[in-house]
Design a protein around this ligand. Structure first.
Ligand code: NAI
Ligand code: BGC
Length: 266
């Protein structure tokens, strides 16, 4: 079967974009997958079907990651279905963009709630379970793996998107501190920081020729990323191939964080 044989994964925000691809790639490597969605039931059922079509197991579970009640219900559903959990991919995320002086408290709160508080609530439940369960011989060398979906904007400041970059900066220290706190229990916590990946979150940019051309100038590798570029990284980070990787961010960005403005001598 594959790198994640007999493991159970929960992927949040998995009805579209990066999460959808991550769920499918984890399943391809042998994981049984809980596909979390917020409102797009059809999108979630589509990925569940694609996973079943390759002979693996998956089910869809609705939950708002920003609600503790929903998160508890979601984790219970995973244990009811699979009686186990090995991998959490905390991927759900949103943007609510506005110039700083016009940003409403609602826009600020919505982004922090989903991108940061949602990650906290889900990681807390996963850690509780991993601590109780420990390492399972023959399944994985770690007691559990958590992957947060961060962004290049944990590093690159992003004018006009300050709620978003603040949420990803916060997520980075959540990830690093949690890894420091739990590594001695053999729980591995890491982030992936995608660059510009073609998904619904930024389709207003990549579907517009001019904006697309402008965006390419920020990507030395000269193409936007595909969700599969991120899914491949998630498989590696979830597997024992990366066993000694703890508290790190893996940038998957076509070089976006390489100061592309300096390509022509600055
Ligand atoms: P997307 O919009 O397709 O996916 C976001 C998912 O999160 C959606 O399925 C949405 O329903 C779900 N979601 C939103 N609020 C939720 C909530 N309260 N509870 C549960 N699920 C919720 O966009 P994409 O690009 O796939 O985003 C996935 C993650 O990747 C996000 O965290 C985003 O910040 C991050 N990211 C995306 C990049 C890109 O260029 N596409 C680059 C860097 C990071
Ligand atoms: C954002 C996208 C953006 C990308 C690169 C991501 O975190 O969600 O909208 O295209 O960063 O700037």
């Amino acid at each position: 079967m594959g790198l994640l044989k007999n493991q159970v994964a929960l992927v949040t925000g998995a009805s579209s974009g990066i999460g959808k691809s991550v769920a499918f790639y984890l399943a391809k490597e042998g994981a049984q997958v809980a596909v979390n969605y917020y409102s797009d039931k059809e999108g979630a059922e589509d990925v569940v079907q694609k996973i079943k079509d390759i002979g693996r197991s998956a089910f869809a579970i609705q939950a708002d990651v920003g609600s503790e009640e929903d998160v508890l219900r979601m984790f219970k559903a995973v244990y009811d279905e699979y009686d186990n959990l090995d991998i959490l991919v905390s991927n759900a995320g949103i943007q609510k963009d506005a110039p700083f002086e016009e940003m409403t408290l609602d826009q600020w709160n919505a982004v922090i709630r989903t991108n940061l508080t949602g990650a906290f609530l889900c990681a807390k439940q996963a850690v509780k379970y991993f601590l109780k369960r420990g390492v399972v011989e023959g399944i994985s060398k770690s007691a559990g793996k958590i992957i947060f979906m961060s962004s290049v904007h944990q590093e690159i400041p992003w004018a006009g998107h300050i709620n978003y970059s603040a949420s990803k900066g916060g997520l980075t220290e959540l990830m690093r501190s949690l890894s420091q706190e739990t590594a001695n229990k053999l729980i591995r916590v890491n982030s992936i920081a995608p660059g510009a990946i073609k998904t619904p979150i930024n389709e207003d940019v990549w579907k517009d020729d001019e904006k697309h051309k402008h965006l390419l100038k920020l990507i030395p590798y000269n193409r936007l990323g595909e969700p599969e570029d991120i899914a491949e990284a998630a498989v590696w980070l979830a597997s024992d191939k990366s066993e000694y990787v703890n508290g790190t961010t893996l940038f998957v960005d076509g070089g976006m964080t390489l100061y592309p403005g300096f390509i022509d001598n600055g």
